[in-house]
Design a protein around this ligand. Structure first.
Ligand SMILES: Cc1ncc(COP(=O)(O)O)c(C=O)c1O
Length: 425
C-alpha cells in the first residue's frame, strides 16, 4: 500500500557530486533525483534501562516545549541564575564557578582537564574502567605528563594505594571516576580530597553517573573539579554537562602560564557569560537549560536524601531479583552502584541475542559491555525518573522471558518474587 504520509521532494545534486562514470550527456548539468520526504517522527516506544540516556521525566519534556527566549533576554538570565543556584545545591557546594557546559558529559571531562592542566604538568589518572581510560586520552592531549594507575575492572581503589601514588608522584592533579558506568563500581571518595590536599594536589572527579543518584558532597569531601551530565540522574536528554570548580582550582586556572588549549571550554572566557557581565560567548541551548532547570527542580522537590534512598530501594529490589535468576554483579560486593546494575552475561549465552530480544520484543533497552567488558556484561540502569518499581518489575520479567527463550535455566517468577520480598522487607 502506498504510504500517503510520504511525499516526494526533489533533491538536486551538483554535477561535482556525480560519480565519474556518469554519462557524458549529463556532464556539467545538475542531476535531479526524486526522493520521498521521510514520515513524521514516530519511533516505537522504548523503556531506557541502559547506562543513559535514561527516560526523560514528563515534566522535563513539558518544560522543553516552552517557547524560546533570547539567550540574553532578562527573563532568560533569571532562569540561568536559578539553574546555577539549584546546581550548587545539587552538588552541595558553594563554589561560585558552577554551571552547565553546553555539551555532553565528555565536554565536562575535557573542560576540567584542559583548564587544570598545562604542558608538562603531572596528573595521576585512576583507572577502574572505560571512563578512566577516557580521562587518560583527554589528559594526554593537553601535553601533561600522565601517570596511569590501574586496578582490575569491577574493583575500586583504596585510600592507601592512592596515598602511595601521591607520595611517589606528587602530581598537580589526581583524577578518578566516582561511579564507573562501565563496571557498575562505586568508588569511595569521601576522604580523598583531604588526602590530596595534604600533598598540594587537586582532586578531579567524574560524577557523570553519580549526580542525582548517590551521595555526592563536593564541599564536605573537598572535591576541586567535578563534572556530570544531564541524561542520567537528572532525567533530562543528553546535552548539558554541569561542572563545578573549587576556589583552589579557580586559583590554579587564573594563574596559568599558557592559554587553555580549547577556546570553547576555556573557563576564564565562558564564565563571563554565566557571570554578572553576561558577555556573549555562544548561543546558549535555551531548551536544554529549560530542561536541566526542570530536572533540578524535580531533584530539590524530592530532596537529595530522599532521592539517594529511592535509588537504593529500587537497587535492592532489582539486585535481589537478578541474583535470584542466577545473575552475578560484575562490581565487587560493597561497591555496587544502585543506579547502574552491571551483571555478568551467563556462560553460554550470547549477549547481543538477549539484548536484541529485549529491545524488539519488549521495547526495553539495556546496555552491553564496553572495552574489556564488551560482550561480557549487561548494564541495567535504574536511574533518575526510571528508579521506580514498575521499571524493576518490567526489566526482571522481560529478562526472564528472553533468557528462557535462549535456553537459560531459571525458576519461573524467581526474579519477581525476590524483588517483591526485597520491597516488603
Ligand atoms: C562515567 C562517565 N563519564 C563520562 C561519560 C561521557 O558522557 P557523555 O556520553 O554524556 O559525553 C559517561 C557516559 O556515559 C560516563 O558514564
Amino acid at each position: 500500500m502506498k504510504d500517503e504520509s510520504i511525499r516526494p521532494y526533489v533533491l538536486i545534486l551538483p554535477s561535482s557530486s556525480l560519480p565519474p562514470t556518469t554519462p557524458s550527456s549529463s556532464e556539467g548539468k545538475e542531476k535531479e533525483t526524486i526522493v520521498p520526504i521521510p514520515g513524521q517522527l514516530n519511533p516505537s516506544p522504548r523503556l531506557l534501562l541502559g547506562p543513559g540516556p535514561s527516560d526523560v521525566h514528563p515534566r522535563v519534556l513539558g518544560a522543553m516545549a516552552t517557547p524560546l527566549l533570547g539567550h540574553l533576554d532578562p527573563q532568560f538570565l533569571v532562569l540561568m541564575n536559578e539553574t546555577q543556584e539549584m546546581l550548587r545545591e545539587a552538588f552541595l557546594t558553594k563554589n561560585h564557578l558552577t554551571f552547565p557546559i553546553s555539551a555532553t558529559g565528555m565536554a565536562g571531562m575535557e573542560t576540567c582537564l584542559v583548564n587544570l592542566l598545562e604542558p608538562g604538568d603531572k596528573i595521576v589518572v585512576c583507572v577502574v574502567g572505560f571512563f578512566g581510560t577516557r580521562q587518560v586520552e583527554v589528559a594526554e592531549r593537553t601535553g601533561a605528563n600522565v601517570i596511569r594507575l590501574d586496578v582490575p575492572w569491577g574493583s575500586v581503589f583504596d585510600l592507601n594505594q592512592l596515598r602511595d601514588a601521591l607520595t611517589k608522584h606528587r602530581p598537580k592533579v589526581l583524577s578518578i571516576v566516582h561511579a564507573e558506568t562501565s563496571t557498575g563500581a562505586w568508588q569511595p571518595i569521601e576522604q580523598l580530597g583531604k588526602l590530596c590536599h595534604e600533598f598540594g594536589t587537586l582532586l578531579l572527579v567524574d560524577c557523570v553517573t553519580s549526580l542525582g543518584c548517590i551521595p555526592l558532597k563536593v564541599d564536605e569531601w573537598e572535591l576541586d573539579a567535578v563534572f556530570s551530565c544531564s541524561q542520567k540522574g537528572l532525567s533530562c536528554p543528553p546535552g548539558m554537562s554541569p561542572v563545578s570548580f573549587s576556589p583552589r582550582a579557580v586559583d590554579v586556572i587564573v594563574k596559568r602560564k599558557s592559554k587553555v588549549q580549547s577556546w570553547y571550554f576555556d573557563m576564564t572566557i565562558v564564565q563571563k557569560y554565566w557571570d554578572a557581565d553576561r558577555h556573549y560567548h555562544h548561543t546558549a541551548p535555551i531548551t536544554m537549560i529549560y530542561a536541566i532547570r526542570e530536572g533540578l527542580r524535580l531533584l530539590h522537590e524530592e530532596g537529595l536524601e530522599a532521592r539517594w534512598a529511592r535509588h537504593l530501594r529500587h537497587h535492592n529490589a532489582i539486585k535481589a531479583g537478578l541474583n535470584a535468576m542466577g545473575l552475578e554483579y560484575s562490581a565487587v560486593p560493597g561497591h555496587q552502584l544502585p543506579q547502574l546494575n552491571a551483571v555478568k552475561v551467563p556462560a553460554g549465552i550470547d549477549d547481543l541475542t538477549v539484548r536484541k530480544k529485549l529491545l524488539n520484543e519488549f521495547g526495553i533497552e539495556i546496555g552491553g559491555g564496553l572495552g574489556d567488558f564488551k560482550g561480557k556484561v549487561w548494564r541495567i540502569g535504574i536511574m533518575g525518573h526510571n528508579a521506580r518499581a514498575n521499571c524493576v518489575f518490567q526489566a526482571l520479567a522481560a529478562l526472564e522471558q528472553c533468557l528462557v527463550s535462549v535456553g537459560y535455566k531459571v525458576t519461573p517468577g524467581a526474579g519477581i518474587a525476590a524483588a517483591n520480598k526485597a520491597y516488603a522487607g
